[in-house]
Design a protein around this ligand. Structure first.
Ligand code: F6R
Length: 610
């Protein structure tokens, strides 16, 4: 979603801001803008609809000198993508604002500001922040005070940076519900919605907390908490590598991230499993105490992360002997639900900032869940900071909007959780050792599975002119089928649905004809024979099938069925292994269709608004 970059330095900052925006492109956006001011209070603002490159092109013809500036990529919520709606927004000729999030009471504020004579030039909610700051600045001693008074009137979510061109030596930033980091340099400071944007200029970051407001100058960063008290926030060294945002030899980030999975899994398991045991410290120092008391697990997530939760439900109930519910965050947060005794509340999130998941966590705490745990890929993110325990995924930066390596790494983390909770609920040491052994095999198995890419690229040709597809699986694989369908629809725009194969005859069988490709995931497990019967049901109705099957599952290609051999693997890790061919299929179909693979239309990477 929207991205923010800001800088206060002695050197000119336009190029730093532009590079920051480029590094945030992955989040999804539809327009971009920049404002830079020099020591003589000369400010230039440029805004463009479309890609950051369009902004870069106009910047080539326009000098932007100045050491203080703000920049933004906008993902439209209020008002269409247009130059007038792009940030930075301005008021009174001197206040400039960039903002992520949604101001829910903007209509009321807009009306009262209009009555005070402020003229609105956009349809955005953000413009009220600019006018309110300008209004409050008239009767405040400082920009900081004006911003403090402004945010006290805002309802909703914001990460915002405010520049007053009459005070070019400072920026004021405020965070509530939308993340912001401060980057510390030598005699210069930076702000951004994501540290990735600032890695070319600094590796030292402090994460603002909810309600924080900070005044940032070249030489100082002063942070105030929601009560207005001066506070200090710990400065961390970035764990991400500088080139986390590079595609390397790959054509798309998504392909790079698909191929990174063996290494990402190696990393996530490192030091967390021994030869035969799972290390309880993988979930933090208090994990042994917390996990030993768990009788029920409630998992909350969105999208792909939700699918990881659905797989984990099978594992937790089968292996760990605890009941488990899995729910989409946006549903959970708006309904009255029952809290089982001794429940562990688990959020799964790549970004750690998904608005609905975060709101669900906050609700869970009010509801009295015993313990909260997050499986998350971004250290310092809101979910990590607000949960009792955190499993850091170590997947590395995921740039492609379609989640790939985060999903398989989440599954590894969830398997470790299963083994640990199981340890306190009758899972034997032999069972735990078998689980660990299967995990040790995983990186190698994924390498082998990735070699299916060549065949899948050819297969993808057959999908390019399809309008619909059906994905089928049984058991945990029904969730993998859902993930396969989500991947195909989000990047190739082909309508895809997934069903637990046993549900076929309860409705979806009516869709089957020679034009409906049916993709089946068929590992060699105890449900294989049942799945084969479902395959026959499709065949009998003239369906066209593509079966990703265990090499030992005895499927054979014929006129109505293409079988693609998946390397034989332990049934335990099969959900992770079978994810790979489905990711590759959607990737190659999207490439053939010529869609924007890494930034599919209408979607954003980190969904920080509900
Ligand atoms: C799909 C995808 C999304 C995310 C969802 C949750 O490929 O990426 O469905 O999984 O928006 O995001 P996180 O995991 O960051 O909470």
């Amino acid at each position: 979603m929207c991205g923010i970059v800001g800088a206060v330095a002695q050197r000119d900052v336009a190029d730093i801001l532009l590079e920051g925006l480029r590094r945030l492109e992955y989040r999804g956006y539809d327009s971009a803008g920049i404002a830079v001011v020099d020591g003589d209070q000369q400010l230039v603002r440029l805004r463009q609809v479309g890609k950051v490159q369009a902004l870069a092109d106009v910047m080539k013809n326009q000098l932007l000198p100045g050491g203080t500036g703000i920049a933004h990529t906008r993902w439209a919520t209020h008002g269409e993508p247009s130059e007038a709606n792009a940030h930075p927004h301005a008021s009174s000729g001197h206040i400039y604002v960039v903002h992520n999030g949604i101001i829910e009471n903007y209509q009321i504020l807009r009306e009262s500001l209009r009555e005070r004579g402020y003229l609105f030039t956009s349809e955005t909610d953000t413009e009220v922040i600019a006018h309110l700051v300008a209004f409050e600045r008239e009767s405040s001693d400082s920009l900081l005070e004006a911003v403090q008074r402004t945010v006290a009137q805002l309802e909703g979510a914001y990460g915002t940076v405010i520049l007053d061109k009459r005070e070019p030596e400072r920026l004021v930033v405020a965070r509530s519900g939308s993340p912001l980091v401060i980057g510390y340099g030598l005699g210069e400071h930076f702000v951004a919605s994501d540290q990735l944007a600032l890695l070319p200029v600094t590796r030292r970051f402090a994460f603002l907390e909810e309600g924080d407001i900070a005044e940032v100058t070249r030489f100082s960063v002063q942070i105030y908490d929601k009560t207005g008290a001066a506070v200090s926030r710990e400065i961390h060294d970035a764990e991400m590598s500088f080139d986390a945002g590079d595609k390397g030899e790959y054509r798309h980030y998504m392909l790079k991230e698909i191929h990174e999975q063996p290494a990402a899994i190696q990393r996530t398991l490192e030091g967390r499993i021994s030869q035969e045991r799972i290390e309880v410290t993988a979930f933090g120092p208090q994990a042994a105490e917390f996990l030993s008391q768990i009788e029920h697990v409630q998992i909350i997530a969105c999208g792909t992360s939700y699918h990881a939760g659905l797989v984990a439900r099978y594992w937790l109930e089968q292996w760990a002997g605890v009941s488990c519910n899995v729910e989409i965050a946006s549903e959970f947060r708006y309904r009255k639900s029952y809290v089982h005794p001794n429940s562990l509340f688990v959020t799964i999130s790549q970004s750690g900032e998904t608005a609905d998941t975060l709101a669900a966590l906050r609700l869970a705490k009010e509801m009295g869940y015993k313990t909260t745990l997050t499986l998350c890929n971004v250290s310092g993110s809101s979910l990590v900071r607000e949960s009792d325990m955190a499993y850091m995924m170590r997947a590395g930066a995921e740039i492609g909007v379609a989640s790939t390596k985060a999903f398989t790494v989440q599954l590894c983390g969830l398997m470790l959780l299963t083994g640990l909770i199981g340890r306190y609920n009758g899972m034997t040491t032999e069972q735990e050792a078998a689980m660990v052994d299967a995990l040790h095999q995983l990186p190698n198995k994924l390498e082998q599975t990735l070699s299916m890419a060549v065949d899948i690229e050819t297969l993808a040709e057959e999908f390019a002119d399809r309008h619909h597809a059906l994905f089928l699986g049984r058991g945990e694989q029904s969730a993998i089928a859902m993930e396969g369908a989500l991947k195909l629809k989000e990047i190739s725009y082909i309508h895809a649905e997934a069903y637990a194969a046993g549900e076929l005859k309860h409705g979806p069988l009516a869709l089957i004809d020679a034009h409906m490709p049916v993709i089946v995931v068929a590992p060699n497990n105890e449900l294989l024979e049942k799945l084969k019967s479902n395959v026959e049901e499709v065949r009998a109705r003239g369906g066209l099938m593509y079966v990703f099957a265990d090499s030992q599952a005895a499927f054979a290609s014929d006129a109505t069925m293409r079988v693609l051999d998946v390397p034989h693997c332990d049934a335990l890790i099969a959900p992770i292994v079978y994810t790979i061919p489905l990711q590759l299929l959607s990737y190659y179909v999207a490439v053939i269709k010529g869609t924007d693979v890494d930034q599919p239309r209408n979607l954003a990477k980190s969904v920080t608004v509900e």
